[in-house]
Design a protein. Sequence first.
Length: 138
Amino acid sequence: MIFTRTRNKTVAMVDHSLIKSKLLNFILFSDTWIASHVRNAGIQKEIFVGSLNFWAIFGAMVAQGVSDRFGRRMTFIFAAIGFLIGIGILVISNSLGMLLVGRMFIGFGVGIGLAIDPLYIAEITPAKHRGQLVTWSE
């Protein structure tokens, strides 16, 4: 492979990026499925689908402070916990309010992950391959 010294960290980080993209694909698929099964049309669907992006803004805003205080790896753990809690709430939800609470946790996780992922990849990869790997995470 193209990496020598930091190969394990870099490969693990690229694997994290692939897992993150698969989770986002799952979330987008679930958005479409849930929105198609909501009986009340219009604004409730719009609020449900748009809420993830709304909460991701706040997750991205707090990502720097969290990563400076706890480190990049712990920040990824916080983002993953947000994903898991949010997905768990979505699974057991029985009302629009519970769905929106689940979307809030997922949105925080998405915002934190998207803000920290390229930064961490840029820090651990060799300069020769940095641009390519940071682009992969996007």
